[in-house]
Design a protein around this ligand. Structure first.
Ligand code: CUA
Length: 380
């Protein structure tokens, strides 16, 4: 127990600087504060015990060295007081630690039924975050893929589930982990006391792209959160101007073309306010507002980066052959190549580079109004 504290200390001491930090010592929540203090108590106690045991050991070794004694030391058998103490003291220590742990567990597992709700769906290898309150008012689901927004200084109650295998919901700055399991709803209240963007990862080995199953938690001040959710609720995907690249992309997105009809984007993806209602892939309603691509594989798709074309190239590569850049991704290839879905070879569709760029232009046009851009004022 004492030795285990050493690597734990090292683990907890690192990385305080960025919101990308995955250290639980980087508090952004009451959950982490609770766990942090409990750990410190446990570590402090371990250090005291370590010092006591070490002292007793060195004292004994030194005092009873053979060269200090001419004759054999006094021989005796049993010491009832000492034996009772050796049982009672550790039991008291363990009991004390369990009281601390039970108290902390009660705090971190408390569910606040009144808090705003977010439904979390994990799939191989992406996330959908739905806002049930906004959904009811919008007359349809309000969902964002791979980026979850939540209010600061107020709990949100998550209902976490999986559409396929077991995944793990884990945003270390916000709190602990919850398994996302098929046919099971895990209800869990999380909170954050600081606005900002935090990193989330899948924490359960779930297939080829487990490591590429990331998400962002964007914590907004409460009024910003409320206005963003109402903007999401009111959102209808913009109608592209006739003849524009967006309009051509829109047509391809909805219907594909003769050779890729069965693999049209809309068959698997949903865009709020259009007929695209697929549920096999992440919701794309706010794609243009998002700053991550491929479930967090690539970050910082800011306007500036679109201009230097790096992000544009990433998006192009993604649309062209997602399973090549992200192993195990269930999205088809559109460069005509073969790809595997659950051990079966599939023939990819074919789209020209221009057609891919048109679809990219359409996707980038799917954005919340400037005022509701939840990344505004939030460093990625
Ligand atoms: Cu999903 Cu690991």
């Amino acid at each position: 127990g004492v030795l285990a504290a050493v690597p734990l200390l090292t683990l907890l001491s690192g990385c305080q600087q960025t919101r990308q930090s995955l250290s639980i010592g980087d508090f952004a929540s009451a959950y982490n504060r609770e766990i942090w203090w409990m750990s410190l108590w446990a570590i402090a106690l371990s250090i005291i015990i370590f010092i006591g045991v070490s002292y007793a050991l060195f004292y004994t070794v030194n005092k009873f060295r053979e060269d200090k004694h001419d004759a054999a030391p006094a021989q005796f058998h049993g010491n009832n007081r000492l034996e009772v103490a050796l049982v009672v003291v550790p039991v008291l220590i363990v009991f004390g630690l369990s009281v601390l742990a039970v108290k902390s567990l009660a705090v971190v597992n408390a569910v606040d039924a009144q808090a705003p709700k977010i439904d979390v769906l994990a799939r191989q290898f992406w996330w959908n975050f739905s806002y049930p309150a906004a959904t009811a008012a919008a007359g349809g689901t309000v969902t964002n893929g791979n980026e979850m927004i939540m209010p600061a200084k107020q709990g949100v109650t998550l209902t976490i589930t999986s559409g396929d295998v077991i995944h793990g919901f884990w945003a270390p700055n916000i709190g602990g982990q919850r398994a996302a399991m098929p046919a099971v709803n895990k209800v869990w209240t999380v909170d954050s006391d600081r606005a900002g963007a935090y990193q989330g990862n899948c924490s359960q080995l779930c297939g080829a792209s487990h490591a590429n199953m990331r998400y962002k938690v964007v914590v907004l001040e409460q009024d910003r959160y409320a206005s963003t959710v109402s903007a999401m609720q009111a959102y209808r995907a913009p109608e592209p101007a006739p003849g524009s690249a967006e309009a051509r992309g829109y047509a391809l997105f909805m219907q594909g073309k003769a050779s890729t009809r069965a693999q049209a984007c809309a068959a698997c993806h949903r865009v709020q306010g259009t007929t695209a209602a697929g549920a096999a892939g992440p919701d794309l309603s706010f794609f243009g507002t998002r700053r991550t691509l491929g479930a967090g594989m690539w970050e910082a798709m800011t306007e500036e980066r679109w201009e230097d074309e790096q992000a544009a190239e990433q998006l192009h590569a993604w649309l062209k052959h997602a399973p090549v850049v992200k192993p195990g991704a269930l999205m088809p290839r559109y460069d005509g190549g073969d790809y595997m879905i659950q051990g079966k070879v599939q023939k990819g569709g074919t789209l020209t580079d221009t057609e891919i760029d048109d679809i990219a232009a359409y996707l980038r046009s799917l954005r919340l109004p400037e005022a509701a851009d939840y990344w505004r004022d939030t460093p990625v």
